[in-house]
Design a protein around this ligand. Structure first.
Ligand SMILES: [Zn+2]
Length: 264
């Protein structure tokens, strides 16, 4: 699943390629036909993101709200676009570029005022310029749930996915099963500051870079063209710092990875 930095990069790309000009919007697959008709031909004012939610703001107050979920993708291309292939929920065509959206969990037209309802259900987004971690801390300090699951809860912090969750906990030597009530404020503050910095790197570079330069050696990454990780998808391999076997388990439907020696 894409993490928040991917949505912020999409917002920036769509802003550069489509904003301040009329956009043709269609639904080749048909499932978004009414929504597309409601905004097609209008000027896209701007594109923005909050956590894993993307918003296309059109003149006149309508907004296309997209959540990619596990399988959603945008395919960007210069004009002229070829005929749609597969299940294209939404096709946007601007002056020079187009994009096809396939497989989103959410693709709907809402009113500008309804964005607040979406955001009200989300925690602070580390990538927003005005991001403030304190609402997340208020949730975490009172919760007996495992910090590993709290970090993935979009109502606590918006935009964190499985890679940042696992790697952040390793970087701060925190066991993913430790309850929120046993996290110190200083630990949370350090994690939040680090998360903001890590996600900004992800936004700038277009990939998740989580390993400190001094640890960026040894066994290769879990996949081709992927940066090294401390624990993510390294189950059974030795910890890069202490050599203990990295463990994995299911936590609320997603794999959690940790070093049982380093993380307490
Ligand atoms: Zn270790």
């Amino acid at each position: 699943m894409p993490e928040g930095h991917t949505l912020h990069r999409l917002a920036r790309l769509h802003q550069r390629r489509f904003a301040r000009a009329p956009v043709l919007v269609s639904s080749p697959q048909g499932r978004f036909a009414d929504g597309a008709a409601a905004v097609s031909g209008r000027v896209l004012r701007k594109a923005s993101a909050w956590g894993k939610h993307l918003f296309h703001h059109y003149e006149g107050g309508r907004v296309v709200h997209v959540h990619l979920g596990l399988y959603g993708t945008f395919t960007e291309m210069p004009l002229p676009m070829p005929l749609p292939v597969g299940q294209v929920r939404m096709r946007m065509i601007g002056a020079e570029y187009g994009t096809d959206l396939r497989g989103p969990t959410v693709c709907e037209v809402i009113e500008e005022a309804e964005i607040d309802d979406v955001i009200a259900r989300l925690g602070p987004d580390p990538l927003r310029r005005d991001a403030d971690g304190s609402p997340a801390w208020e949730r975490i300090r009172k919760s007996r749930r495992a910090i590993g699951s709290l970090l993935m809860d979009q109502t606590v912090i918006a935009g964190v996915g499985n890679v940042y969750r696992n790697e952040l906990l390793y970087r701060h030597l925190i066991d993913p099963y430790r309850p929120g009530t046993q996290i110190d404020e200083s630990e949370f503050k350090a994690m939040w500051t680090d998360l903001v910095a890590l996600m900004k790197v992800g936004f700038r570079r277009g990939k998740i870079i989580v390993i400190r330069p001094e640890d960026d050696h040894g066994a290769p990454a879990y996949g081709p063209d992927r940066p090294r990780t401390y624990v993510y998808r390294r189950a059974g391999e030795p910890c890069r710092i202490c050599g203990t076997e990295i463990r994995t388990a299911m936590m609320e439907g997603r794999n959690v990875f940790w070093c049982p020696t380093c993380q307490t």
